[in-house]
Design a protein around this ligand. Structure first.
Ligand SMILES: O=P(O)(O)OC[C@H](O)CO
Length: 424
């Protein structure tokens, strides 16, 4: 009888099917362990359900935690450090093989790998080449000023939804966090939280204010439509079916768009635009890492170590990245894919743009990431305020001021939960 252990993850729909296949591949690759993989619906729910399960003593052995849950996990103390787990179980992992920007996001300041990078991404602009051809464009706009002009031209050419944005809770990632990084603008003080739990939000006085103002202006002019998950709308499908001509989303959706697109539709991905005159910085590493939780048996830990080792294998990287769009997290995985001609082939060719975006500059103190406690709640507040802004209930400045005020209260509560503690 193989030893069973649970893996909870946050991806859903088409991407969840790819995870299921990955789990099946692991189970078929050996006889000692059986991983039982269960989607929790989304990243937020995965973290919340894990915390609740932990309190009830029913936590899974392995859990996928999104990038911005890292600070919460680190301070929870509810994990078994992944690097220690591997060492205890006799696996030698070459940590220098991880891309430094990715490793750094999930490591402590001393470089310990508490969790293992799994699905790494960044945000890109997806654009419909057929629609842009109708307005005489063969390239994606590079500045937000050009985006504004192109959306207007698309509208004038008869397109009902030139661009769609998702203002649900989780979408602060591409709209607020990535935008801020590219423009080297802080989301929060203390270098986005890396330098202290007393960090507080700053998005009501950065370039982000101008961005929301422009998005709202374009929305009022019918150039931007809202396609939000919490309204039961699917922005990625709105693009894939040809309904909307531009979206901003994760490179992790690249495989899904390819599988579900309207037949014959020509599309591509490009780096997120920046405002004219901006010195572009690297975009943020998104996605999630795999944490191993405390309180499990030695046998389950052996299984978890074998699973992490399987995921670390360049062949798994090829399977995973091909079918999703997530970028390989190790140099060996990337080299293996290159040697297989991966990035030379359509439709995978465009995906290299994600790596270009991630490496556009050396990470600054601001662009290495965002490390704030209880970020799930801050994102929920983002969703609430963006909806109030777009429904004309408050002005852009009022909405962002409230986001900062309520977000700061969330950060303050987190700080009080861990008196005298600092991030590892
Ligand atoms: O859509 P993903 O998986 O690339 O993740 C996006 C963000 O990083 C979530 O925090």
């Amino acid at each position: 009888e193989p030893v069973k252990f649970d893996f909870w993850f946050g991806l859903s729909g088409d991407l969840a099917r790819v995870v299921d296949t990955l789990c099946k591949n692991f189970n078929e690759s050996q006889k000692d362990y059986e991983v039982v993989c269960t989607s929790q619906g989304n990243y937020d729910a995965t973290l919340q359900n894990t915390i609740a399960a932990f309190r009830a003593g029913k936590q899974p052995t392995v859990v996928q935690v999104y990038d911005v849950g890292t600070a919460t996990m680190m301070l929870s103390g509810a994990y078994k450090p992944a690097d220690k787990l591997m060492e205890e179980n006799g696996y030698k992992i070459d940590y220098a093989d991880y891309f430094p920007g990715i490793a750094r996001y999930y490591a402590t300041s001393k470089g310990e790998m508490l969790s293992f990078p799994f699905n790494s991404s960044t945000a890109l602009m997806y654009w419909n080449k057929d629609a842009f051809a109708k307005i005489g464009k063969t390239e994606a706009p590079k500045t937000w000023e050009d985006v504004g002009a192109d959306l207007k031209a698309l509208k004038d050419a008869g397109y009902e939804c030139p661009m769609a944005i998702n203002i649900s809770a989780n979408e602060s990632w591409q709209l607020m966090e990535q935008f801020s990084a590219l423009h080297n603008q802080p989301v929060a003080t203390k270098n986005n939280g890396y330098d202290g739990l007393d960090a507080r939000l700053e998005v009501n006085k950065t370039k982000f204010v101008q961005y929301v103002t422009d998005l709202k202006k374009w929305y009022d002019a019918g150039l931007v439509k809202i396609k939000s998950k919490d309204l039961g709308q699917d922005m990625v499908q709105a693009f894939a079916t040809g309904t909307c001509q531009v979206i901003l989303t994760s490179v992790g959706d690249h495989g899904t768009v390819g599988r579900t697109q309207k037949e014959g539709m020509n599309w591509d991905v490009a780096e997120l635009p920046v405002y004219a005159g901006t010195e572009r910085k690297n975009s943020l590493v998104g996605g999630a890492s795999l944490w191993v939780l405390s309180g499990k048996s030695d046998a389950e830990y052996k299984g978890a170590a074998a699973f992490l080792n399987f995921i670390h294998d360049p062949k798994t990287a090829l399977f995973w990245s091909t079918n999703t769009g997530y970028i390989p997290v190790t140099k060996s995985g990337f080299d293996f894919m290159k040697s297989n001609g991966f990035y030379d082939k359509a439709p995978y060719k465009g995906r290299e743009v994600a790596i270009e975006s991630l490496t556009a500059s050396e990470p600054t103190e601001i662009t290495r990431g965002v490390r704030l406690g209880n970020f799930t709640q801050i994102r929920a507040e983002f969703g609430t305020q963006m909806q109030a802004i777009f429904a004309n209930k408050v002005s852009v400045q009022e909405g962002l001021d409230t986001l900062v005020k309520n977000g700061d209260a969330i950060l303050e509560r987190f700080q009080q939960t861990y008196p005298g503690k600092t991030l590892p």
